[in-house]
Write a protein of this length. Structure first.
Lengths: 243, 151
């Protein structure tokens, strides 16, 4: 063969590049997601939530959540005269249709969106007797529908009330942090639909994610820190009345 | 042959019985424990792929903007720049996959604006809210374009 050194090197280079890209194409996009590179959570800016219920409707549409059950919901708090031990809380139909408007008031009032906190030390995972509820390697608490026996232990174990028994599947169901979306490079349905940016999906292993500035620059709290669940849903400016 | 132990055939029977028990246990275990159980932890590894395989309903605003350039630019100039398309238009992944046969439906004007902008003392004070006879009975769309609501 008449190959000079230049042609040989160019040819070898092309072969390496093309064979590599062909393999990547064969494996498909789904294989490019590496669980070890992510650690998922969420940030919620309470001072931005307007209680429109977009997140609740989006979640139901994305995940087929049955009517009357909620993977996420919004609560409206009213604190009278600084009595944070006895806040008045309403959440009509989980805020699926928003809230009935409340007129001017002297009381402190605000909205708090809630969802699964995707705890690192999840009480639900510890309670599951069959290994149907688990922490994924990228930090999402998930339910294996094919393996769940519907014993409801996890529903009792969750300190945040984030779980329910699906009325037709008869398995435990909860927020999956839209695992089918975030592993494709999309954000969650609730974050996509939130008009004010009160909710933001957070990848704590991604150094470019704005979550790091959010955690550094704000007063941040998790729900029920005394439960030592190491929750990964971080609330900015959370009032002491929130339970 | 000299017997090592008296009545050693009892021991042989026990060992055979134990071996049968172990074999039966292993066969049942193989049958009932699903493939991939324990690969990442005390759960079925295939559950991760099952959950990832679910279909999406919300296409995401990047998908919308690949075609609806005009609306995206108009929105980018106004107060609704950070509001994703599907926040108002609803889930449209099916439309994004097949734009010619599956059409988007216009949002219901009865709820479109007021769902967010109805005055409520629980809303942040800086958020624009509408109360009383702001419009004098006119629909919001008479003055405001939802993609860029400034008048």
């Amino acid at each position: 063969m008449d190959l000079n050194r230049r042609e040989l090197l160019v040819g070898v280079g092309k072969f390496i590049i093309l064979s590599g890209s062909a393999r990547a194409a064969l494996n498909g996009d789904t294989q490019t997601y590496n669980m070890a590179e992510h650690w998922w959570g969420m940030t919620i800016d309470v001072s931005k939530c307007i209680g429109c219920g977009n997140c609740v409707r989006a979640c139901a549409a994305e995940n087929g959540v049955p009517k009357g059950y909620f993977r996420t919901w919004v609560e409206r708090y009213q604190v009278n005269g600084g009595d944070i031990e006895h806040p008045q809380v309403d959440s009509p139909d989980g805020a699926f249709n928003g809230f009935p408007p409340r007129g001017p008031s002297n009381a402190k009032s605000f909205f708090v969106p809630k969802l699964c906190n995707h705890c690192v030390d999840s009480p639900c995972v510890q309670a599951c007797p069959v290994g149907a509820t688990f922490d994924s390697p990228d930090g999402v608490v998930l339910v294996d529908e094919k393996y769940c026996v519907g014993c409801r232990y996890c529903i009792q174990a969750c300190p945040y009330g984030c779980r329910y028994l699906h009325p037709t599947k008869h398995t435990a169901d909860k927020c999956s942090l839209c695992y089918h979306r975030i592993t494709k490079g999309l954000t969650t349905a609730c974050c996509e639909a939130c008009p004010t940016g009160a909710r933001k999906l957070a990848d704590l292993k991604n150094p470019a994610d704005p979550v790091h500035e959010f955690l550094r620059d704000n007063n941040v709290q998790v729900l029920k820190p005394y439960m030592a669940t190491r929750a990964k849903v971080y609330y900015k400016d959370l009032d002491g009345a929130v339970r | 042959m000299k017997k090592i132990l008296r009545d050693s055939e009892h021991l042989v029977r026990l060992v055979i019985l134990a071996a049968i028990f172990v074999a039966v246990f292993l066969i049942i275990r193989k049958a009932v424990v699903p493939a991939g159980f324990g690969k990442y932890g005390h759960y079925r590894a295939g559950a991760l792929d099952d959950i990832r395989a679910r279909s999406i309903s919300f296409a995401g605003h990047e998908a919308c903007e690949t075609c609806h350039d005009e609306q995206a630019q108009k929105k980018a100039q106004g107060k609704h720049a950070q509001v994703a398309c599907e926040a108002c238009h609803g889930p449209l992944a099916a439309h994004a996959d097949d734009p010619s046969t599956i059409k988007a439906v216009k949002p219901d004007p009865a709820t479109l604006c007021m769902r967010c902008h109805q005055a409520d003392s629980a809303k942040p004070k800086t958020f624009p809210q509408v109360a009383g006879d702001h419009a004098g009975g006119e629909p919001c769309g008479a003055c405001h374009n939802p993609h860029n609501p400034a008048m």
